[in-house]
Ligand binder design. Structure first.
Ligand code: AKG
Ligand code: FE2
Length: 245
């Protein structure tokens, strides 16, 4: 599976992605911490990942309804599949996460090396929003990069769009989320199924706007580290709170 996936992605990048596209994404990433990079993967790979995500959600997802104090008590109303359950499947997601060709594509957008995260529970997580009011509330993540593949997403009038506040710092003891919202511009992004975005997740406050009644939204998030993360002392409270049983 993984060597065939590798050549599919490498061929796609060589044949279908040009420097101009990468440069537009890199500029956006530098300016706003957000870059749409849907073109980095061919449709056949996105479809394989989407099928695996739907399968895992049906088989072993867990509903959460909580607020996290490290992010100013922002809500997590969602259904998840953990990294451990995704890893146990040992399918296309696991192979994609460590694909050298995919990492090279992400690195050219980020402008610095995008590396596997040293903390396995953060490698990947599936998040499904399924009810009115479901949201992945305002937060930062522990590592520098998040790569989010949108499997399912409603029309923007039904909620489920992404909002970001770039260039913000996470003080886990005193996050002051509302102050950061009031003092900075908030960007909002409409997404479609099949979209992929790269986010500078450690310095971009972000959330998914709550869903309206009848809407559903499914994503898989893959977290990656920068060189700077490997020397930083990172604690993992929000991840541990989220998956405490
Ligand atoms: O659902 C999204 O688009 C963002 C996901 C996210 O921020 C996360 O999983 O940490
Ligand atoms: Fe996040």
């Amino acid at each position: 599976m993984s060597s065939q996936l590798e050549s599919t992605i490498a061929d796609h990048l060589r044949l279908n992605v040009d420097n101009e596209q990468l440069w537009v994404s890199r500029k956006s990433f530098y300016e706003t911490g957000f870059a749409l990079v849907s073109y980095l993967l061919p449709d056949e790979v996105k479809e394989q990942v989407a099928a695996e995500v739907e399968d895992l959600l049906a088989a072993q997802s867990v509903r959460r309804d909580l607020r996290l104090k490290e992010t100013g008590n922002s809500p997590r109303y969602m259904r998840n599949v953990t990294a451990a359950d995704i890893r146990a499947r040992d399918g296309v997601t696991v192979a994609l996460y460590r694909s050298p060709a995919f990492l090279a594509g992400l690195t050219s957008v980020a402008g610095e090396e995008v590396m596997e995260c040293p903390y396995e529970p953060e490698h990947y997580v599936i998040t499904h929003l399924e009810r009115k009011g479901d949201t992945h509330g305002w937060h930062w993540d522990d590592y520098s990069f998040g790569v989010i593949l949108v499997v399912d997403c409603p029309e923007v009038e039904m909620g489920g769009f992404v909002q970001t506040v770039p260039n913000t710092q996470w003080d886990k003891d005193d996050p002051q989320v509302f102050k950061q919202l009031v003092n900075n511009p908030i960007y909002s992004y409409e997404l479609r199924p099949g979209d992929i975005y790269l986010l500078r997740t450690d310095t971009t406050l972000h959330r998914v706007h709550p869903l309206e009644d009848g809407a559903q939204r499914t994503i898989i998030n893959m977290a990656y580290a920068a060189q700077r993360d490997l020397t930083k002392n990172i604690s993992h409270e929000t991840m541990e709170d989220l998956f405490r049983v």
